[in-house]
Design a protein around this ligand. Structure first.
Ligand SMILES: [Zn+2]
Length: 58
């Protein structure tokens, strides 16, 4: 099994100008809810990887 790579995929980006950290699900595991573990910023944008998978339906 090789799920490590997927877990490490950067899915969110912190919009804090002084931070701009790219966060993987692993990074978000370390914090409560969704916020930047580096600067504590709560505004993250979801990044769109080219090969985005559709999960669930709307
Ligand atoms: Zn940040």
């Amino acid at each position: 099994m090789n799920e490590e790579g997927e877990r490490d995929l950067k899915v969110y980006k912190c919009i804090n100008k002084e931070c701009k950290a790219e966060l993987s699900m692993n990074d978000l595991d370390n914090v409560q809810g969704i916020k930047c573990p580096f600067c504590g910023g709560r505004i993250l944008v979801k990044m769109r990887p080219k090969e985005a998978k559709r999960v669930g339906c709307e």
